[in-house]
Design a protein around this ligand. Structure first.
Ligand SMILES: [Zn+2]
Ligand SMILES: [Zn+2]
Length: 192
């Protein structure tokens, strides 16, 4: 078989890996992130909570503001891989897509007029995540649709209750519960 024939499949695989990683980091932030953590508390967790209370605020951020931490971490990871002689185009592609995860997330909070024709077309054809799917994450307990790059993984992961199952496993193994945001506390108050 022509080895180049597999390249489109590998590219699609890399995008799905990046999508899954975007969900994994987002889930970690939402479930366990604490604002009092050194460095990460201010740099990651506070903006994350702010995004939940004011989703549209991020639409004013520049590409750099949305991607600064990802560029730094992705750059360190790729440099280490290169030094270890273990850098492949697939790893570079996953990192490149992941660096843009917040930018694509930002598109999901903008309206078609703000996004322009090309981005709106990409969203409509499910090449990047649609506002409709990302909107699911911002409803209720904010404990679903964690992946922010495409529309393809979230339905599967949520149907499998993938993130909830890991939270249960983490609780059983380490006795650590997920963070209770206002939405969770309000829900518990309603039940009580
Ligand atoms: Zn979230
Ligand atoms: Zn969002």
């Amino acid at each position: 078989m022509n080895p180049f024939a597999l390249i489109p499949l590998q590219i699609a695989g890399c995008i799905l890996v990046a999508d899954f990683l975007s969900g994994l980091f987002h889930w970690l932030e939402d479930s366990y992130g604490q604002t009092h953590w050194p460095i990460l508390g201010k740099a990651v967790i506070e903006p994350n909570l702010k995004h939940h209370s004011d989703p549209r605020a991020m639409t004013k951020n520049s590409w750099w503001k949305s991607a600064d931490l990802q560029v730094l971490l992705g750059g360190v990871y790729l440099a280490l891989r290169w030094l270890m002689n273990a850098l492949t185009w697939r790893k570079a592609l996953v990192v490149s897509v992941l660096v843009n995860a917040n930018e694509i997330h930002k598109w999901a909070h903008r309206n078609p007029k703000e996004n322009g024709r090309v981005i709106t077309w990409l969203q409509k054809h499910h090449i990047v995540q649609s506002p409709r799917q990302h909107g699911q994450h911002h409803r209720g307990l904010k404990n679903s649709a964690y992946c922010t790059l495409t529309d393809h993984l979230n339905p599967l992961l949520d149907r499998l209750r993938f993130w909830v199952r890991i939270e249960v496993a983490v609780y059983k193994m380490f006795g650590v519960r997920r963070r209770l945001d206002r939405a969770w506390i309000e829900r518990m108050d309603r039940i009580a």
